[in-house]
Design a protein around this ligand. Structure first.
Ligand code: NAD
Length: 294
């Protein structure tokens, strides 16, 4: 199986970054998002995401030539174009119902040999494919890219016993050789490996700093380097990842963690974080976050 063309569905923080990384590697990409409410341009979300990537750091994120390899569109008008793609990457909001509804639509149009994968951070593969047709499950993987996709070398790959072996091997080889990722094959556990550990310390650090009134800069100076994230620290990382992602991550982890699991003790999203999300302070992609308040 050869991967020549890829579709990325969801042009948010991750989808746009994954599309840019693929294009920089010379791979044609179809980037789809939903139709913005009341917008005259039905492709505005995907186009806007590309424009932001080009403007943010032209050389780093989107080479001029590579940008031409990305075709932006929306899932209502362009879904049937998925039949052109060998690999379809889902990077929409971290909600099981939204993802599953999309998979049903993808299944109706994809080629039988095309691989579908999710960029989910926490939802186990078994829950994502539950109730979906067998051929879909046989072609479905989790390919968990990290943020920012261009720089983070780690990629977690989760398959299931029913997945076609050639689909797993083709995606693993492509991510390794073409995209330069260190592919780690994970068991289908909640949060896989990195997020299961990462969310634990992120939540604990946020809660402790807020409770003790430690300024974010001080907390990050202490917590960043020892935890291996020197550039952003913990609060800076939350701004980068998207603060609104945290409740979704915690909800889907909680839904799958057994009673008594130690992660349950730190799973509550602090009230100040809930308030920030409600007011649009979702981090770099929003009005600002713990840093960069505009
Ligand atoms: P985001 O909110 O930035 O973007 C999600 C995009 O999906 C939005 O543009 C939204 O309009 C679009 N969308 C929603 N429903 C859709 C649908 N039905 N069809 C097409 N598009 C739809 O989210 P994100 O941070 O990019 O996260 C996307 C996925 O990647 C999630 O599963 C998340 O858990 C995972 N993830 C996120 C990070 C991170 O650091 N943000 C890291 C690794 C994995």
């Amino acid at each position: 199986m050869e991967i020549r063309k890829v579709a990325v569905i969801g042009a948010g923080v991750m989808g746009a970054g994954i599309a840019a990384h693929l294009a920089n590697a010379g791979v044609p990409v179809l980037l789809l998002d939903i139709v913005p409410e009341g917008a005259e341009d039905r492709d505005a979300l995907a186009k806007g995401a590309l424009e932001r990537l080009r403007k943010a750091k032209p050389a780093a994120f989107m080479h001029r030539g590579a940008a031409r390899l990305v075709t932006p569109g929306n899932v209502e008008d362009h879904l049937e174009r998925l039949a052109e793609c060998d690999w379809i990457i889902e990077a929409v909001v971290e909600r099981l119902d939204v993802k599953q509804a999309l998979y049903r639509r993808i299944e109706a149009v994809r080629r039988p040999d095309a691989v579908v994968s999710s960029n989910t951070s926490t939802i186990p593969r078994a829950r994502l494919v539950a109730g979906l047709p067998e051929p879909f499950a046989a072609s479905f993987l989790i390919t968990h890219f990290f943020n920012p996709p261009r720089y983070m070398r780690l990629l977690e790959l989760v398959a299931g016993p029913e997945v076609r072996p050639e689909a797993v091997e083709a995606v693993a080889a492509f991510c390794d050789r073409r995209l330069g990722k260190g592919v780690v094959r994970c068991k289908d556990t909640p949060g896989f490996i990195a997020n299961r550990i990462g969310i634990f310390w992120m939540q604990t650090a946020l809660a402790a700093a807020i409770e003790q009134g430690v300024p974010v800069e001080e907390a990050d100076a202490v917590l960043g380097r020892p935890l291996g994230i020197p550039k952003t620290g913990v609060f800076g990382l939350a701004d980068l990842v998207g603060i609104d992602l945290m409740p979704h991550l915690m909800e889907s982890l909680l839904a799958t963690l057994p009673p008594g699991d130690p992660l349950r003790a730190v799973a509550e999203v602090p009230p100040v974080v809930a308030r920030m999300i409600a007011e649009g302070y979702t981090g770099r992609k929003g009005k600002g976050g713990f840093y960069r308040l505009r």
